[in-house]
Design a protein around this ligand. Structure first.
Ligand code: KIV
Length: 294
């Protein structure tokens, strides 16, 4: 990686990030920052801070809706989330995550559903899970004019098929398979590839092999960029914190403290205070009281 040139994406410049910009960032050795966002307030923050790309991921199903896995989440549930994120963020590249069975059935189905993310969700690209076996789908969607981000390694939508949530690329055979997956997706025309829970050595080899940017999640230090789930970095997902995620704050504790204080103040009659109430004009209050007395 070369030295960091922050001028391109600085908060002051406020330049819209495009797919071409991510490619340029790889060439220039500038690391790409991607983050999930599932609502208007956090997308405003991500935009303000200068995050390069926001992913409206299917992890929404787990961290917001409380499903056990990403499998149940639907396009109908994700589209309003995309719309809210779009309302808050105008600079980062916005990517919608195609949920389970929204793209696997056929190329036509995939194009139609990807189109919904663009037309209704107002996203600028879609993410599709899967390697070689999904390359024809990625190609069909890309050929329809919709930028596609690939996603290989641990692919949560098909984790059960591959023996659960396991680290990928632990031996040379599976490492070579992952490199082949990445090449197939590159040939299919994806603009980038998410590498999830892949050993650092294999992720590095993929990053050096393909010309498109790699975005790592649990795949070590040698990817072209990183993505994390916002709820993990904020300490807002109670079930578990993946080993690869860094918790930058413990928002759950802050929220718990605030909610406890509110509940206690209501019970003790401390809230609301004088400054929180609305008053009538004195003359109107007198008329009200006179009627009550009569
Ligand atoms: O849905 C999601 O959060 C994702 C990331 C893990 C890349 O797909």
């Amino acid at each position: 990686m070369g030295s960091l040139d922050l001028s391109e994406n600085s908060i002051t410049e406020r330049k819209k990030v495009t797919v071409a910009d991510l490619s340029k960032m790889k060439t220039q050795g500038q690391r790409i920052v991607m983050l999930t966002s599932y609502d208007y307030p956090t997308s405003i923050i991500a935009d303000d801070v200068g995050v390069d790309s926001i992913l409206v991921g299917d992890s929404y199903g787990m961290v917001v809706l409380g499903y056990d896995t990403t499998i149940p989440v639907t396009i109908e549930e994700l589209i309003p989330v995309c719309q809210a994120v779009k309302r808050g963020a105008s600079h980062p590249l916005l990517i919608g995550d195609m949920p389970f069975l929204s793209f696997q059935v056929s190329e036509e189905d995939a194009i139609r559903n990807a189109g919904r993310f663009i037309k209704e969700g107002r996203m600028e690209a879609v993410k599709i899970e899967g390697g070689k076996e999904m390359a024809h789908i990625a190609k069909a969607v890309a050929n329809a004019g919709i930028p596609v981000l690939g996603h290989i390694g641990l692919t949560p939508q098909t984790a059960t098929l591959h023996g659960g949530y396991r680290i990928q690329g632990k031996n040379a055979r599976s490492g070579n398979g992952l490199i082949d997956d990445a090449k197939s997706l590159e040939d299919a025309g994806v603009f980038g590839i998410v590498l999830e829970m892949i050993t650092e050595e294999v992720a590095r080899a993929i990053t050096e092999t393909v010309s498109v940017p790699t975005i790592g999640i649990g795949s070590g230090r040698y990817c072209d960029g990183q993505v994390l789930v916002l709820h993990d970095i904020l300490g807002l997902y109670p079930r578990f914190v993946p080993k690869f995620a860094k918790r930058y704050t413990d928002l759950a504790s802050s929220i718990r403290g605030a909610v406890k204080e509110y509940a206690s103040e209501v019970r003790l009659g401390i809230f609301p205070e004088e400054k929180h109430v609305f008053k009538m004009d004195n003359s109107e209050r007198d008329k009200l009281e006179a009627r009550q007395k009569s």
